[in-house]
Design a protein around this ligand. Structure first.
Ligand SMILES: Nc1nc2c([nH]c(=O)n2[C@H]2C[C@H](O)[C@@H](COP(=O)(O)OP(=O)(O)OP(=O)(O)O)O2)c(=O)[nH]1
Length: 132
């Protein structure tokens, strides 16, 4: 029996100072106490952008405009293969609130590597530090 592949979209939300919104997974979530880009699983019939827009409303109670793709990576996790696709995004309304996460933090691009990221997110973090 092969492992399932889970399609997950993550938002790299940037503000006017080029800081990125980082989200700490809570102890009730899978992969707890690691930082991630807010987002979640794409549901049947949804486009990536629709899924990300929906997840951000659910998780942060704010609205984003989803922009260009940053990374598309596969991480071989313990229970499943995670296909994480990250997109650049801008806030269009509301202030992000941690409805599900333990903590939210705005960090300058150059400081992202200082956090402990979920393994699937590391290629996106590296890409952001290289050429953004
Ligand atoms: N949203 C998000 N999830 C990520 C990232 N990196 C990463 O490995 N993941 C994993 C954690 C989850 O297993 C899955 C996303 O699922 P989710 O956020 O919709 O759901 P969840 O916590 O309810 O997941 P689960 O407990 O049902 O497995 O992808 C990331 O940057 N953002």
């Amino acid at each position: 029996m092969g492992k399932k592949t889970i399609l997950v979209v993550g938002a790299v939300i940037l503000n006017e100072q080029n800081q990125v919104l980082c989200a700490l997974r809570s102890s009730e979530m899978s992969s707890p106490n690691l930082w991630e880009f807010p987002g979640g699983k794409v549901e049947n019939g949804e486009s990536h952008k629709e899924a990300l827009h929906r997840e951000i409303i659910e998780e942060l109670e704010c609205e984003i405009k989803v922009l260009e793709q940053i990374e598309n990576t596969f991480f071989n996790g313990e229970r499943a293969i995670i296909n994480l696709i990250t997109y650049k995004a801008r806030l269009v309304s509301g202030i992000p609130k941690p409805k599900e996460h333990e903590e939210l933090r705005w960090l300058p691009l150059g400081d992202l590597h200082k956090l402990e990221w979920a393994p699937a997110d590391v290629p996106t973090v590296r890409r952001l530090q290289e050429n953004f």
